[in-house]
Design a binder for this molecule. Structure first.
Ligand code: SAH
Length: 395
C-alpha cells in the first residue's frame, strides 16, 4: 500500500508519541490533498518516525493512528491480530449465557478508530464512521471473518457520502437474522432488528445502567421513562418490580416497539402507559394533572427537532432536569443520561447542580456510570468515553 509522509508540528508531536490516536488538521505542518483511505506515515519536523495512520474524515479528525512500528504492514494479518486481541478481552461476555449482545470492537479504544463491531447472538453489526475506513472494507471484513465465526454480517454507514447515500440494505453476508432477533441482556429479552435503519432497538452502552435500575432502584416504584424509544429502561424496571412505567417518545413507532419489548418478556404491555408525545408537552400535561413519579429517566439525543420543539443537550438539559425535578416524588430517583460529546462528567454535574438549585431541591448522587467494559476506551483519549449517567436521589 502506498504511504504518504506527513509532518507533525513540533508542538503536537509529543501527544501522538504519548498515544493520542486522533489525527487533526491543526497538528499537521502541511496537509496534502490525498484520498480518504490513504495510509499516512507521520513524522516529526526532523523526519523521525512517529506512527502510521490512515486518512478518514470523522467529526473533528482527519484520521486515526494505527501503529507505532515503522516496519508494520497494515495488511490483513495485522487486523486479524487486532480483532483477536479485542475478542480475547471480551471472553467473559462470550461465556455469559445471560447476555448475548455486546460490543466486540470499539474503534480507537481497540486500536482502529472509525469502526465498531457489535455482536448480537452470533450476528455482527459493523458501523463505519468515515469514507476512509469504508475503503478498507473488503480487507477488514475478511480479517474479521478470520478472527470470529459469525452467523451473518450487517453494516451501518455512519458518514456523509455527499448525497451518494441511498437508504440501502444493511445486510452484507451470511445468514439473514430473524426479525425480530431476540437477544438477552442479564437474562432479559430484547427484540432487535438488524436491518431497520441506524438503530437496532437497543443501545448496548446502557447495559450497566439497565442492570442497576433493575437490581437496585425499581422495586415498588412508579417510573416515567422519557425519550423512551423501545422502552428498554422500562423493561429493566418492570423486571426489577416497578409498580408501573410510563413511556414517552415523540416517534409513533415507539408504541408498537415498546409493546413488543414487554411481550417478548411475557410482561403485559397493557399494564403500562406507552405514549407518542413530545416530552415537553408531556411535562405540561403532567403538571396539569398533578402527576408525580418515584423515578424519572432522562436519556435524550444530543439534538432533536420535532414539530413542536427543538431540543439540544447543550442548551436545554437544565430545563429538562428542572421539569423532571418538579414531578419527582420525595426520595425519588432521577436517572440523568447524556452522550453529548461537548459535556465532560464535571460539566454535566454542574448542569445538574444548577437545575436543583433553581428548583430549590436537594439531591445526592447515588450512582455514576460511563461506558461499560466492552466499550473499550483509552486513557489517552478521554473524549472517547462519551457516556455520562448520574442517578440522583431527590430529597
Ligand atoms: N432512552 C432510549 C434511547 C433514546 S433514543 C433507550 O435507552 O433505548 C432518542 C429518542 O428520543 C428517539 O426515540 C426519539 O424519537 C426521541 N425524541 C427525540 N426528541 C424527542 C422529544 N422532543 N420528545 C420525545 N421524544 C423525543
Amino acid at each position: 500500500m502506498q504511504e504518504i509522509t506527513i509532518k507533525i508540528k513540533k508542538k503536537s508531536a509529543r501527544q501522538y508519541i504519548q498515544g493520542y490516536p486522533l489525527l487533526t488538521k491543526e497538528a499537521v505542518v502541511a496537509w496534502p490533498d490525498v484520498a480518504e483511505g490513504t495510509v499516512l506515515r507521520l513524522t516529526d519536523e526532523a523526519n523521525r518516525f512517529i506512527a502510521k495512520a490512515y486518512h478518514g474524515n470523522q467529526n473533528k479528525g482527519i484520521g486515526w493512528l494505527l501503529t507505532y512500528d515503522a516496519e508494520q504492514a497494515l495488511d490483513q494479518a495485522f487486523f486479524v491480530t487486532l480483532f483477536k486481541e479485542a475478542f480475547a478481552q471480551r471472553q467473559a461476555f462470550f461465556h455469559d449465557e445471560a447476555t448475548t449482545a455486546f460490543r466486540i470492537f470499539n474503534g480507537e479504544g481497540d486500536g482502529l478508530g472509525g469502526l465498531t463491531v457489535d455482536y448480537y447472538d452470533g450476528f455482527l453489526v459493523l458501523q463505519w464512521y468515515s469514507n476512509g475506513i469504508y475503503k478498507w472494507k473488503q480487507m477488514l471484513v475478511a480479517a474479521l471473518k478470520r478472527a470470529i465465526d459469525t452467523r451473518g454480517i450487517y453494516e451501518k454507514r455512519r458518514f456523509d457520502e455527499k448525497g451518494q447515500y441511498l437508504e440501502s440494505d444493511d445486510f452484507l453476508e451470511g445468514e439473514t437474522a430473524p426479525e425480530p432477533l431476540i437477544v438477552k441482556e442479564n437474562g432479559i429479552n430484547y427484540a432487535v432488528y438488524l436491518n431497520d435503519g441506524a438503530m437496532t432497538g437497543i443501545f448496548l452502552d446502557q447495559r450497566d445502567v439497565r442492570k442497576t435500575i433493575c437490581d437496585t432502584y425499581a422495586a415498588g416504584r412508579t417510573v416515567l421513562n422519557t425519550f423512551s424509544y423501545t422502552g428498554a429502561f422500562s423493561i429493566a424496571a418492570a423486571f426489577g418490580g416497578a409498580a408501573h412505567t410510563t413511556n414517552v417518545d415523540v416517534a409513533n413507532r415507539s408504541i408498537p416497539k415498546t409493546r413488543e419489548q414487554f411481550s417478548v418478556n411475557e410482561l403485559d404491555p397493557t399494564a403500562h402507559t406507552i405514549m407518542a408525545e413530545d416530552v415537553f408537552q408531556y411535562f405540561k400535561y403532567a403538571n396539569r394533572k398533578a402527576l408525580a413519579f418515584d423515578m424519572v429517566i432522562l436519556d435524550p439525543p444530543s439534538f432533536a427537532r420535532t414539530k413542536k420543539t427543538t431540543f439540544s443537550v447543550a442548551k436545554d438539559y437544565g430545563k429538562l432536569l428542572e421539569e423532571s425535578i418538579a414531578i419527582t416524588n420525595p426520595n425519588g430517583i432521577i436517572v440523568a443520561s447524556t452522550n453529548y460529546a461537548g459535556y465532560g462528567m464535571e460539566k454535566f454535574k454542574q448542569v445538574v447542580q444548577e437545575a436543583f438549585q433553581h428548583q430549590g431541591r436537594k439531591y445526592r448522587i447515588v450512582e455514576q456510570f460511563t461506558l461499560p467494559a466492552d466499550f473499550a476506551t483509552r486513557s489517552s483519549f478521554k473524549e472517547g468515553n462519551y457516556l455520562k449517567v448520574l442517578f440522583l436521589e431527590v430529597e
